[in-house]
Design a binder for this molecule. Structure first.
Ligand SMILES: C[S@@+](CC[C@H](N)C(=O)[O-])C[C@H]1O[C@@H](n2cnc3c(N)ncnc32)[C@H](O)[C@@H]1O
Length: 216
């Protein structure tokens, strides 16, 4: 699996290595638990109807896709980390609907999904606008994107991403955006309408994130 010109399993691919290692204990940390809570907030915003086709982009260890399937929707999980996908394969009922792939080149037809969800994955993509355009392409007209990612205009977002992931773990390409930047990017990616707000102030990690709801 090639991502941004380098095989994801190659030790030179720092992001791939980072997630393969993290996949071994992802759910077992306090931070992991907090990310689960945020994922649930995002899934509530999908307003799922049984039978809808939903892509969980950057699905990690599969909890989100499992909850989506629990609402009677058809959940497909995509991730580029072999380690994360192996963890996701242990989640009952998801095996056949997990795909290894790159957010920048989604292996799906135009309009294949009613909904796309992407939680805490977007800041790792090297070509952000290209990834947003791909999300819009695979949504049917009128389909909904729900995306959550750390925001630039909050100290925690800056500390977690620019300081820890970039400076400490050496993931140079990570990048986060402010609310006005999000509005601009969603327009450039061709979404018909978009709402961007921040998480609830009483949940400190969620508060440091943008919650995007955009219609294709
Ligand atoms: C912090 S985890 C989030 C996992 C899950 N969405 C959640 O909310 O807990 C980020 C995930 O994005 C995946 N990812 C990062 N860049 C990717 C890319 N370009 N294509 C596909 N998956 C990617 C990683 O492998 C990882 O599983």
């Amino acid at each position: 699996m090639i991502h941004d010109g380098i095989p994801v399993d190659d030790p030179k691919h720092k992001h791939g290595r980072f997630f393969d290692v993290w996949s071994r204990f992802y759910r077992r940390t306090l931070f992991g638990l907090e990310l689960r809570r945020i994922q649930r907030l995002a899934i509530d915003r999908l307003k799922l109807v049984p039978g809808q086709r939903v892509l969980d982009l950057g699905c990690g260890p599969g909890d989100g896709a499992q909850w989506i399937a629990g609402h009677g929707a058809v959940a497909v999980g995509l991730d580029y980390s072999q380690g994360m996908l192996e963890a996701a394969r242990e989640v009952a009922g998801l095996g056949g609907r997990l795909t290894r792939g790159d957010a920048g080149r989604l292996p799906f037809k135009d309009g294949a999904f009613d909904k796309v969800i992407c939680t805490n994955s977007f800041h790792h993509y090297p070509h952000h606008l290209a990834a947003l355009k791909e999300m819009r392409r695979v949504l049917r007209p009128g389909g909904l994107l729900v995306l959550v990612d750390p925001r630039k205009d909050h100290l925690f977002g800056w500390a977690a991403i620019d300081l820890i992931e970039n400076a400490v773990f050496g993931l140079e390409e990570v990048r986060i955006f402010s609310v006005p930047q999000w509005h601009r990017m969603l327009g450039e990616a061709g979404f018909a309408s978009a709402r961007v707000d921040v998480g609830p102030a009483w949940q400190p990690v969620a508060w440091a994130e943008v919650f995007v709801e955009a219609t294709a």
